[in-house]
Design a protein around this ligand. Sequence first.
Ligand SMILES: [Zn+2]
Ligand SMILES: [Zn+2]
Length: 327
Amino acid sequence: MLITATDKGLYCAAGDFYIDPWHPVPRAVLTHAHGDHARWGSAHYFAEASSEGVLRQRLGAQMPLTPKQYGESFELGDAVVSLHSAGHVLGSAQVRVRVGDETWIVTGDYKRAPDPTCKPFEPVICDVLISEATFALPCYRWPDTKDVVNEIWRWWQANREQGRASVLFCYAFGKAQRVLAELLAHTQESVYLHGAVTSLVEEYRRAGVAMLPTQPVVREKKADYKGALVIAPPSAAGTPWMRRFGDASTGFCSGWMRIRGARRRRGYDRGFVLSDHADWPALIDTIKESRAKKVLLTHGYSDALVRYLCEQGIDAAALRTAYGEEE
Ligand SMILES: [Zn+2]
Ligand SMILES: [Zn+2]
């Protein structure tokens, strides 16, 4: 076993390092800057160069970090390590670990759908694949992104006609920037941002990602937001912060919106099915393209995918990890 699940995280003994550890360790290789993967307190970190800005925002400007480019090989102990694009968020990487003639891949979170805010997913061949399985049920199939963005645009315009603000809840890192980039197909209008989103949008702008112009939400009269689009993290829903928007329409952008009833249970007016994770067909395609002889699964519905792969004659098992929802 080149990589094992320990109580601190996924551990590579040959290289004496951890991948996305959930407790402090001497050496950590990070797949991306979401909170369940990038945790504070390790003595040294390695991560893809374009994730550096967001990582330093989240784990501290002084964090001991060695940035690496996509595809650049580096040695840790007896292991040769390289990072390959995961298509999930800015700077997201799969970790390739080679020891002797054996190659393992840890995907972290990934998606196969196009996203103007990050490099596309790079399929990598390996002997053993450790894949995420957040949405590993056959009911999770994503609609075309352009169609979803069209729906968001029409919802915003319909609310405007009624003199209402549109408050769209998106994960602050990744989803918010993707929506701001995709909406360029429809408008050049400025969008209001919750404070938790602002600095991350600035980080994407520094990385050269084109997005709609934005401005912070400030204490103004309710009327100022009539017809406007506001982007906020899900944690702002139902808080007093929302009052300034008056009778606003609310929407939530997430893969979880694929399931009928999820929108109502979570209390949003509209649900938009937009995910930064692989859907069921993308998970299966990725596993097959990797030509892995063994597949280990983290996150979410790993048991359903393990059963499916075993039925297909692929050696598969679930790994117990501490990964979960993005934030
Ligand atoms: Zn993530
Ligand atoms: Zn994750």
